[in-house]
Design a protein around this ligand. Sequence first.
Ligand code: ZN
Length: 484
Amino acid sequence: YLFALLVSTLGRQMISEQKVECMQCHKTKELLKALAATVGPTGLLASDALVSRATSVWNPKPMAALALIRPKSTAEVSAVLRLCHQASQDVVIVGGGTGPVAGAEPSSESIAISLERMNRIEDIDPVNASCVVQAGTCLQNVQEAVAAYQLLFPLDLGARGSCTIGGNIATNAGGINVLRYGSMRGLVLGLEAVLPDGTVISSMGRLLKNNAGFDLKQLFIGTEGTLGVVTRAVLRLFPKQSARQTAMIAFSSFEQVADFLQLAKLKLGATLSAFEAMWQSYIEEQLRFYQRRSPFMDRHAFYVLIETEGADEELNKLALNETLELALGKGIIADAVVAKSDQERQRLWDLREDLEPFVRNKPFFGYDVGVPIGDMPAYVGIVEANLRHRWPNSVCHTMGHIADGNLHFFIQPGDVDAFKVDCDEDVYGPLKQFGGTISAEHGIGFEKRSWLLRNRSAEEVALMRSLKKALDPKGILNRGCVFE
Ligand code: ZN
């Protein structure tokens, strides 16, 4: 009898579990049907149509998702989110897929939304020095479109050809011109975003100054798609100054680099637009891998690529040359080359931007930490010692937008069994003593979640969580991104 009872109970349990599963299947099927009706047949790609799409630039696995939804308008984004919210369905927003912290990788249980069909530049306004773009627009398209009006959208980074404005906003992108123009937070005049329940928040103002209440757009800038989906934005533009000077400068110590930054700021003023520092091994690996010729006769400990942009060709050239001469006279710099053509300029930038030699050998671990510039030599020294101790064959290639306190490490542990978590300990561990950040650029994503509480105070993280709860009570947007 007992045996029979056991069998019948088990049987009943199995049936009810099956039923529950079917209920879930049924709900998902109904949701997908409703989503298809909302965005039309070309607006929904079923999961099996995603096999040819990589999850991201950094993750070649086919994108997993219940479906990829490609809305054509803010109204469609709103309708899609309303349906997902009603169904308590997790949603992940994907952009250009260039973010390296796995912040926008859907899973087989989530609905992916891509704004790739919302990629229009709606308006360019030279008088107000602004433009209106849809969030799926590629950064480089914006740069090129406004250049036709003698205008500059100054956000610039290596992924310019594939990243999108929506992703740039969600991650508060920085890049190479932050020194002069600030990061995305300062380059967005207004934006439109859809809350997880479908509510459209339109803050599409074109004003540089607006203190009428809270600056709501900031809720969606740098919050990695966890509070809302940015659909359109008003971007701040600047006059395009065509007189450009580019130089590569060599140094024998980091103290010289820091001294030269101070001098360059003083002498070049607002024309200084880029100051990219590279450690010796970074340049030497570049030269070796691509069989390039060094711009210098000798080897040096540090290199800096600087660029100035001004209105007058002659004045701009004169200012840079005077600064370099002054620095040479003071013994701050060891050597310098100034690009004399666009081709020479490109060759210098290639040395800085081609990352293939650093990411090619797997495993490879990348970082975007930040520490005050005065602490950089001490901090980098500790990281290098930690890595050498853990993996004697490791190599660490370092460069940084150091005027912003931002350093990038490209680490090859030289050990196929190496774990990223160990590397994190070596890189992030020493940050606290310098008041540094685990992310100066890429954000937290999924990759750095366990470090958030070690880098920000409990009170700070609690306030972040309150905001998340207020805007996304069901937690359907980019679940697991930023917070564990
Ligand atoms: Zn960077």
